[in-house]
Each structure stands twice: as C-alpha cells, then as structure tokens.
Design a protein around this ligand. Structure first.
Ligand code: DND
Ligand code: ATP
Ligand code: GLN
Length: 719
C-alpha cells in the first residue's frame, strides 16, 4: 500500500453577511470531512462572509466579523487534526485582500492572498480587493488580538508560499487563478507541490460546467498532482446562482464530483488518493528538466502528516481516487436540465431567505410566463424530493413558508400539493383575450397544482379610459377603430400596466384571503432577447420582484418547455409550444390578428442571432452587419440585412431606458441587458445612429447580392 490520504472539498450554501449561518455550515462541513477520515478540507472562496458581499467588502465590519467567525472556528474542537483552508477578506498593511487562511490545530499556518482577480462579466473583484503582486514572496502579518488569544501567535506568514507537511506539499489557488493562462499551480507543481486547493465563488452560466471541468482536469494532466475544487452553491443574496460542483482530480482525471444544483446546504466531497500515484506520474524526464530549474517557493513547515488518516474503514465511494479502479464518468446536465434546476434552486433560496410566503405570477397563456411557472413547479419537485429523503432543513423551511406551526408534522412530499400552498397563478383577461390563452393558463395551473385565479379586468381598464376622457374631453381609439399609432399603443399599455397593479394587490392579499399571514413575491417573465429589443411595456408585468428567466433566451426556453413536457409529464405544454406568440392587447378583426413577430419586425430566431452578436460577441451595428453578411448572405440581400440590423439597433437604443428598471433576474449568462449591474451603457442614445447606419448603407449598396443565386438555406430558423 502506498501513501493513502483522504481529502475533502465542499459546496456550501453561503449567504452574504449571514455570519452565523456561514459559520454553522463551515463547521458542519469540517465535521463531515473529519468523520470520513479526511486530513485536509477546502471550502469556497470568501466562505466566512459569503462571496457576494460586493461593496460590503469595503466595510471594516465585514473584515472584523470575519475574524470573529475565524476565532470561533479555530476554537472549535472540529478543527483539531485536520488542515482547513478557509476563505475571508484580510486587511494587510491597510490593503484589502481576498484571502485563504490555512489553519491546523488552533494555529494559522499561512494567509494566502489572491493574485489574479476575477474582473469581467459578472465579477468586479478589483472594486474591493487588491491583487497580491509579490509573487513567491511573503511577509509577516500581525494578527488581531481576538485571534492572538486563541492561537497564541502574534504574527503569521502572509503571501505566496506553500505548506510542507511531513509527507507532502500543499499549494493554494483561488478560483480565477485557475482560469488564467499562467496559473500558479503550474509553477507550484514544478516546485514540488503535490496537492492543490482551489476555492471558488463561481456562478452558473448555461453550458459553462464543461469549461470548468476541462480546466480542472488540465491542471494536473501534464503536471501531475491532486486538485481539490470547492465552490459556493446557492443564491447568496443577488442575481447569481453559484453552482457547486465540488470536485477532486488526480493526474488529469476526475475522481469525485459533487452536485451542481441542490437544495442541500452543506455537501462534502471526499476521495482517498495515493500520493505515490502523483510521484509516479511525475517521473518523466521532460518534466524533471523543467522542475529542476523551477523557482523556489517558501515552504511553511508543519509537523503533521496528511497520511495520518484512518484507513481501517475507507468508504467505498472514496476509493475512486485510487488508480486501477473504474473511471468516473463526469456528469453534465443538458442546457434544458440546467434551466429546470438552476433557477429553481435560486428561487427556493430566495423564498426561504426573504421570509415570504410564496410566489405569484400573472399567467398569460404564452410561453414566457409558462416557462417561469414550470420553473417554480420544478422548485416544488425538488422540495418534495428532498422532503421524501428526509432533508430536515428543507422540511423546516417548507413548514415555515407554508404557514405551518412549529409542532406541525407536515411534510411537503407531494409537489403539486406543495405548489398549491405556495404558488399562485392568475389569468387577467380583457375583451381582447382569447379563449385559447385563458384555457391554456387554466390547464397549466391544473398540471402544476397552483392556486389559480381567472379574472376579467375590463371594468378597471374602462374606468381608466373613462377618467382620461373625462379629464381631456377626447377618447383614444385603437388603430383598427380609426385611432392613431400613439392612441393604439397607449390603449395597449394601459391594459398591460394595470395587470402589474393587480399583480401586486393580489400578491399582497392572497395569503390573507386564504387565512394565512404574510405576502407573496411577484415573478416577472421577460426573457433576455425581448429585453434587449425593448419589446415590453415599461412597468407592466415585466416589472416584478424577481425574474427567473431574465437571462435566458426564447430559443432556450422553448427547448426547456419541450424537455419539461416529457420529463415532468405535462402534455399541456405542447399547446404552448405550438401557439403563435401574441400580446392580445388589441381587438382582433377579420383583417388583423396581433402577432409579436410582426409587431417586432423580426422573428424570435432573428432576435436570438442579434442577441448573440450583441451579448457574446460584443458587436456594434457595423460589425453586426458585416458578420450577418456572411451568416445570412445566402438568403437575404445586403440591403435586407442592413435594414434588419438598423431596425434592431434602433429599437435596442430607443428602448434602452427600460433596462434601467429591469426586474432583478437570474443571470444564466455572462451578459445581461440589466443596466443596474451588468450592462454599463448609456440609456439616451442617438438611436438613428447616423454615422454608423450611413456606413452600413454605403457598403450594402455595393455588395453583390448572393441571395439570388438559389443556394440559400434560411439560417435564421433554428429548428
Ligand atoms: N429616452 C427615454 N428615457 C426614459 N424614458 C423614456 C424614454 N423614451 C420614452 N420613455 C418613457 O417610456 C414610455 C414608452 O415606453 P412604454 O410605455 O413601454 O411604451 P412603448 O415602448 O411605446 O410601447 C410598448 C411596446 O411594447 C410592445 N409590447 C407591449 C405589450 C406586450 C408586448 C409583448 O411582449 O407581447 C409588447 C408594444 O408593441 C410596444 O412596442 C414613454 O411614454 C416614456 O414615459
Ligand atoms: N392575459 C394575461 N393574464 C395574466 N398575465 C398576463 C396576461 N397577458 C400578459 N400577462 C403578463 O404580462 C407579461 C408580458 O406580457 P406579454 O404579452 O408581453 O407576453 P410575453 O412577454 O410574450 O410573455 P408570455 O409568453 O408569457 O405571454 C406576461 O409574461 C404575463 O406575466
Ligand atoms: N470568483 C472567481 O474568481 C470567478 C471567476 C471565474 N472566471 C469563474 O467564473 O468561475
């Protein structure tokens, strides 16, 4: 037998500034790790205050309370006999760093500050932290007295150093440092570090896990070594969902993998590995040549062996780390499953942490509010699965949310029954509504089990119209009845906006109507593409408390509905997929039927392409045009493409002001049109873009028209 070590990493559902809850979860993860015989435990980035404290990192209180929590951890018996790598902010010589504090037996071994900060997309670490730029250098850090009292140390090493135990060497890496081309693990590995810890605060983006897994495997494939990846998991108080996926890799293969989406607050992932496998993997001449000339890291020497764990009863689940056992198949969710699970877990955390009594959604019979409702149903399914497994935290939260008393024996084991308690749907019809949308909304509510209301609001619309006429002496008309464009829009917007007013009224009073206390959160369901295009009425039902689908495109939502139809056994969903999207805000006549795609001047598929170019490829009008000439040139003429590009950018710019009031939405992509946090662009534009559009027109007029060559396949269609 070689040198076996049991290692532990974890996913913790930390919540920004919830110091007590965060402490409890950290201690619980250490206890589980020890129980499984682990001698090293790594936790998520900034786990003591929670990763998402944002500007609170600039407050002295956050650092103070983090030290207070660390003092409790150090004082606890749990942390004896196990090396723990714990995250918190540390102020060193008046500069705030994002740090790992490595502790053992009531002593701090090392404070390792982050060297490469995450600063794009959703991340803005440079706003709070300074990177440690003294590579392979360390200094004395003078400890606060509350820590001195526990550790009996006055100063500890602070900087880019590694930990040398009696049997191996441990190096620390922090989240983004894995994503940079010259990651610290490379130089540490060449200098003999055998075990790398990576503590992350990494959020869910559709289709992103694959990249993360590749990076983790890659980290030790050529280099050799053991890589422990820890991450937060859950909604820690903002628009992001941190998607766990704690992992352990040995020499380029994943040997243990935790869940990506879960209602479990503490998940510990362990593996038993043989450190000799790392040494054997590294016995290569070319690696040795590079290693022999590698720069030296300062070693903090510790008289402790990681191999001191108990091996009389290694868990079968942990044996995967030993070479010779089967290869672990890495689990990936399909994008549809990611939509079903990520926003659902985020909604659960939001609900229990906001201490509200449930959700309310205006259900139109269209696909967006349908997708949102199905995500809430998915949340209820996860709750009932967890309850059936006996998850005491989930059961306790479900009892509290649904207004049960402390001594209640209620177990939310039936998802539809639970949905009926906490989920409220409402169809708000007018004279312009159709029987189809009304019926679809009702059928969906039945399939989900929600508490459904079907109401007519014509009297309210008429009251507002009458008031307007009474005050101004004129009566606006729909276009089909001879009115102007402005009258037509205003009459539509009254209906849409009044729905928002009714939504808040019902959300506030429905628990009371049902003999309970508290209020409901209103869900919005504007998707990312419609927001980008501005195809929504400002302050209508797109204005809500939170929006689970605001970062998801219509194309992905349609795929999700098709998936849910079979996976959740909901045949009613097929009727949503085949329905023509329409707002139903205007009278339908023999010659006029309202359609979203006609109104928008583009199809949803075309809108998705514009969305992708704007969001992912960061294209302005001109580069969008040049890219589309290649993508669409075989079936559209340059002038037709130019017209579509100009229309999209005109509408995007003209409606940009709506993004300043966008409902906080789950961020399922690195980009969101949300002006408040993620898209720092102006909201008053020269929306006719004279310079840019002139350039597009000039080029479009001289480019050859390939669409007439008869080769064209319409690539604007996705299915
Ligand atoms: N530059 C600026 N900065 C700040 N605010 C500005 C502004 N320009 C206008 N505004 C304000 O915004 C208002 C105009 O916005 P808003 O009231 O939303 O009205 P508006 O954008 O004119 O109309 C709503 C649009 O959404 C479409 N719609 C409505 C309902 C449902 C659906 C669907 O998805 O099926 C689509 C409808 O066809 C129409 O194109 C102005 O009256 C003004 O108060
Ligand atoms: N008849 C209705 N009853 C209840 N809510 C409605 C109704 N019509 C619209 N809403 C609410 O207003 C939101 C925006 O309406 P809009 O007509 O713009 O639909 P949309 O963005 O295409 O979404 P959907 O696909 O859900 O219809 C809807 O998602 C829904 O929450
Ligand atoms: N906290 C971090 O350093 C996160 C950054 C990293 N790019 C990620 O998305 O996982």
């Amino acid at each position: 037998m070689g040198h076996l070590i049991t290692l532990a990493t974890c996913s913790l559902n930390q919540w920004a500034l919830d110091f007590q809850g965060n402490l409890d979860r950290i201690l619980s993860s250490i206890a589980i790790a020890k129980e499984r015989g682990a001698t090293l435990r790594v936790g998520p980035e900034l786990e003591i205050p929670g990763y998402g404290c944002l500007d609170h990192f600039l407050e002295g209180d956050t650092v103070l309370h983090s030290w207070e929590v660390l003092a409790k951890i150090l004082s606890s018996e749990e942390t004896m006999g196990i090396v723990c790598d714990i995250g918190m902010p540390v102020v060193h010589k008046n500069v705030i760093y994002n740090c790992r504090v490595v502790v053992l037996d009531r002593k701090i071994l090392l404070i390792r500050p982050k060297m490469w900060l995450a600063n794009d997309g959703n991340y803005r670490e440079h706003r709070y932290f300074t990177p440690w730029v003294k590579h392979r250098q360390w200094e004395d850090h003078y400890l606060p007295r509350i820590i001195q009292a526990v550790t009996k140390q006055t100063k500890v090493p602070f900087g880019d150093a590694v930990i040398s135990t009696l049997d191996t060497c441990i190096g620390v890496e922090l989240c983004e440092e894995l994503f940079t081309p010259a990651s610290p693990h490379i130089l540490m590995g060449l200098d003999g570090v055998e075990i790398f810890t990576n503590s992350s605060g990494s959020h869910h983006e559709l289709r992103k896990l694959y990249t993360r897994v590749e990076l983790i495997k890659e980290a030790t494939l050529k280099l050799g070594g053991i890589y422990l990846y820890a991450n937060q998991q859950g909604c820690d108080g903002d628009r992001l969902y941190y998607d766990g996926s704690a992992m352990i890799a040995v020499n380029g293969r994943i040997v243990a993998q935790g869940s990506q989406f879960s209602l479990n607050d503490v998940e510990v992932v362990t593996a038993t590995v043989d450190i000799e496998d790392v040494r054997a993997h590294r016995a290569k001449s070319s690696r040795s040549m590079q290693a022999a000339s590698a720069d030296r890291y300062h070693r903090i020497e510790v008289s402790f062996a990681l191999t001191s764990g108990k091996f009389d009863h290694v868990r079968d689940e942990d044996m995967m780390g030993l070479i010779g056992t089967n290869i672990l198949e890495v689990r990936y969710h399909s994008p549809e499953e990611e939509i079903a699970l990520g926003p659902a877990c985020w909604l659960w955390d939001y609900l229990r942490r906001s201490r509200t009594q449930g959700y309310f959604i205006p259900l139109s019979g269209g696909i967006d509010s349908c997708a949102t409702a199905v995500i809430v149903y998915s949340m209820c399914r996860l709750v009932s699965e967890a309850a059936r497994r006996g998850d005491t935290q989930v059961i306790a939260d479900a009892r509290r949310i649904s207004g049960e008393t402390e001594d209640s024996a209620y177990v939310p084991s039936d998802s539809r029954e639970f949905a009926n308690r906490i989920f409220h749907t409402c169809y708000m019809g007018t004279e312009n509504s159709s029987t189809e949308t009304r019926r679809r909304a009702k059928q969906l509510s039945e399939a989900i089990g929600s508490y459904h209301i079907d109401l007519n609001m014509d009297s309210v619309v008429t009251a507002v119209r009458s008031l307007f006429s009474f005050v101004t002496g004129v009566r606006p008309q729909f276009q089909s009845q001879g009115g102007s464009k402005a009258e037509n829009l205003a009459l539509q917007n009254i209906q849409a906006r009044l729905r928002m007013v009714l939504a808040y009224l019902f959300a506030q009073l429905l628990p009371w109507v049902r003999g309970k206390s508290g209020g409901l959160l209103v869900l919005g369901s504007a998707n990312v593409d419609e927001s980008l295009r501005g195809y929504l009425t400002k302050y209508d039902c797109s204005s809500a408390d939170i929006n689970p689908i605001g970062g998801i495109s219509k194309t992905d939502l349609k795929r999700f509905i098709a998936y849910a139809q079979t996976t959740f056994d909901m045949p009613v969903l097929s009727s949503f997929l085949s329905a023509v999207p329409t707002a139903e805000l205007e009278p339908i006549t023999a010659t006029y039927v309202q359609s979203d795609e006609v109104d928008m001047g583009m199809t949803y598929d075309e809108l998705s392409v514009f969305g992708r170019l704007r969001k992912v490829e960061k294209c302005g009008p001109y580069s969008t045009f040049t890219k589309l000439i290649h993508e669409w040139g075989s079936f559209l003429s340059p002038i037709q493409i130019a017209d579509k590009v100009k229309l999209f950018f005109f509408e995007h710019a003209r409606n940009r002001h709506k993004m300043t009031t966008l409902t906080p939405a789950y961020h399922a992509e690195s980009y969101s049109p949300d002006d408040n946090r993620f898209d720092l662009r102006p909201f008053l534009y020269p929306s006719r873009f004279p310079w840019q559009f002139r350039k597009i027109d000039e080029i479009a007029s001289v480019l050859p028209d390939r669409s007439q060559q008869g080769l064209g396949i319409d690539k604007t269609k996705t299915e």
